[in-house]
Design a protein around this ligand. Structure first.
Ligand SMILES: Cc1cc2nc3c(=O)[nH]c(=O)nc-3n(C[C@H](O)[C@H](O)[C@H](O)COP(=O)(O)OP(=O)(O)OC[C@H]3O[C@@H](n4cnc5c(N)ncnc54)[C@H](O)[C@@H]3O)c2cc1C
Length: 553
């Protein structure tokens, strides 16, 4: 099959058209233009267009964008709603909440000077800037395989073959994948990138680090009544309903422009009760009196879900390897104390571009080297300082829970400025925290009312998810017998609950319970790859272009 593939050569191949990948591309081309250097840079994006697979809150801290495009306003960047009000609520039940006084909120969570955006639309705009600077963008092309040189360095990537049937046979529409070879390859796939995961393993990039930690974020976009709309208002929350089962996480409700409101819940994936369903927790959360009041009478426009990486500096792998770099949430640069990763993803890409440009211009023959100067440049940047100051935030929440962890973070962030003289660690991976079905108290979720809360099928419908049905499953089981033999009786197959899109269903077949995988529903959130207690599910890219089509998430 390999010999059939066409091959193209570039100076730099970037995998992933999100904030990290596009910031890398834009910065590289800006530097090239300034010094009148020719560079060939390509960005591969698995979504049908840039932004189609991006789901974020999103409050954007414009620090990195200001550095990358000081004139972003004149260039029409879609940062239209400045934060005008910033509230934090502690929910104690469906009817009750306590508003946390401003001075008690950990400083990194303050949002003065930030913007409420659709990150998908910001990425679309960044894609336009990249193209105007001369970057080639290939949407609908998923990097499926890493190419290696004989010396073991990364030499580029190959896109997947198109037109292979579910039986593994070539269809009439078969087209072989394409090899994109590069002097250097930058991986910017976002949280739990499937190639990033392979690189971390192959080059032991996480040696000596805490395991990476994650949450799953569920989000809906609503159009609400005019009189309920307060453009620029940000409301964060914690406590109910997650606290009822001992889980942690947080909610968000942001008022954008044009009567649009986003509402979401992030559930930390270290939860232990196997009966917990992040999707249902989210649906229940929307019934909180203060949230329901805003949504009632409105229209739900869109739904989606995506994992969020939150291990911070303690879990950040080495970002360099021979022939490339891994940047943004693919590595884990998100600052969890701020619940923000867009500005840090952009900055990591900009540092990558500066390092790469220096290498390519001082040594025209350079290829396949390990760009060690990246680590020094990264450690000397504001990004490192930011991540260092917030290194204890996540571990404190995991170790001590919402109340004591919250108090610890208040002291660390507000009184000590992130300079606590020790570092807390959480060395238990998220997939290892699940208690068995017997040990976990049962949870009864109410049926959705169809006005504020909804079921999974009608939600997935709103994500515009589409996959070619006749293709090999992209959710692969390392051992197909494990879910039946282990997960089902022991944990009552948790995938049927933690998957926010109904991909995993337990069905009766031949008088037996079996796991059915509805891969066409997959919204590419990657939660199954993270939380499966047997670590038996491996998410790989489907045919390019497949997946959600988020208009403005
Ligand atoms: C619910 C939620 C709320 C959040 N809220 C905020 C917030 O308020 N503020 C904030 O700053 N951050 C927030 N974040 C985090 C923020 O979204 C991320 O930090 C940011 O998107 C990371 O950018 P990235 O470029 O590294 O990855 P991504 O934005 O995930 O982009 C990666 C891109 O790579 C593509 N890709 C992946 N694999 C491949 C492949 N193999 N081949 C081709 N293309 C590929 C993807 O389709 C995607 O377009 C939130 C995240 C979630 C989930």
């Amino acid at each position: 099959m390999e010999t059939e593939r066409e091959s193209m050569d570039f100076d730099v191949v970037i995998v992933g058209g999100g904030p990290a990948g596009l910031a890398t591309a834009c910065k590289l081309m800006q530097l090239a233009k300034e010094s009148e250097t020719e560079l060939s840079v390509v960005v591969l994006e698995k979504g049908s267009e840039i932004g189609a697979h991006i789901l974020s809150g999103a409050i954007l801290e414009p620090k990195a964008l200001n550095e990358l495009f000081p004139d972003w306003k004149e260039k029409g960047a879609p940062l239209n709603t400045e934060v005008t009000g910033d509230e934090m609520h502690f929910y104690t039940g469906m009817e009750k909440s306590i508003k946390v006084p401003n001075f008690m909120i950990p400083k990194p969570m303050h949002n003065d000077g930030n913007y409420i955006v659709s990150l998908g639309n910001v990425a679309r705009w960044m894609g336009e800037q990249a193209e105007a600077l001369g970057v080639e963008i290939f949407p609908g092309f998923a990097a499926a395989e890493i190419l290696y040189s004989e010396d073991g360095s990364v030499a580029g990537v190959a896109t997947g073959d198109m037109g292979i049937g579910a039986d593994g046979e070539k269809k009439d529409s078969f087209e072989p994948g394409m090899e994109l070879r590069a002097k250097y390859t930058i991986f910017a796939e976002g949280c739990r990138g499937h190639l990033g995961k392979q690189l971390i393993k192959k080059y032991n990039l996480d040696e000596g680090k805490s395991p990476q930690h994650y949450g799953i974020g569920l989000k809906e976009l609503w159009k609400v009544d005019k009189e309920k709309h307060q453009p620029g208002l940000v409301v964060h929350g914690a406590g109910w309903p997650l606290g009822e089962s001992g889980a942690t996480g947080g909610s968000f409700l942001y008022h954008l422009e044009d009567q649009m409101v986003v509402v979401g819940l992030i559930v930390d994936l270290n939860y232990s009760n196997t009966h917990l369903s992040p999707f249902d927790e989210f649906q229940v959360f929307k019934h909180h009196k203060s949230v329901k009041t805003v949504l009632e009478g409105g229209e739900r426009i869109s739904y989606g879900a995506r994992a969020i990486v939150k291990g911070g500096l303690n879990s950040l792998p080495k970002m360099t390897f021979p022939g490339g770099l891994i940047v943004g949430c693919d590595a884990g640069t998100l600052n969890f104390a701020k619940i923000k990763g867009s500005h840090t993803a952009m900055k990591s890409g900009m540092i990558a571009a500066e390092t790469l440009f220096e290498e390519l211009t001082t040594n025209a023959e350079s290829t396949g080297k390990e760009l060690e100067s990246f680590t020094e440049n990264f450690n000397n940047s504001w990004l490192y300082q930011e991540l260092h100051a917030s290194r204890n935030f996540g571990p404190a929440m995991h170790k001590f829970g919402t109340y004591i962890g919250g108090a610890f973070n208040y002291i660390d962030q507000n009184l000590l400025g992130g300079k606590m003289p020790f570092t807390l660690k959480d060395d238990t991976p998220d997939h290892a925290t699940l208690k068995t079905a017997e040990e976990s108290p049962s949870i009864e979720y109410p049926s959705p009312d169809g006005k504020i809360s909804f079921d999974k099928p009608s939600s997935v419908f709103l994500s515009n998810t589409n996959h070619e049905e006749d293709q090999p499953a992209h959710l692969t089981l390392i051992d197909p017998l494990i879910p039946i033999g282990t997960n089902l009786p022991k944990w009552d197959e948790p995938a049927q609950r933690y998957c926010p899109a109904g991909v995993y269903e337990v069905v009766e077949k031949d008088n037996d319970k079996q796991l059915q995988i509805n891969a066409q529903n997959c919204v590419h959130c990657k939660t199954c790859d993270i939380k499966d207690p047997s670590q038996n599910i491996t998410w790989v890219v489907p045919e390019g272009g497949g997946g959600p089509n988020y208009p403005n998430m």
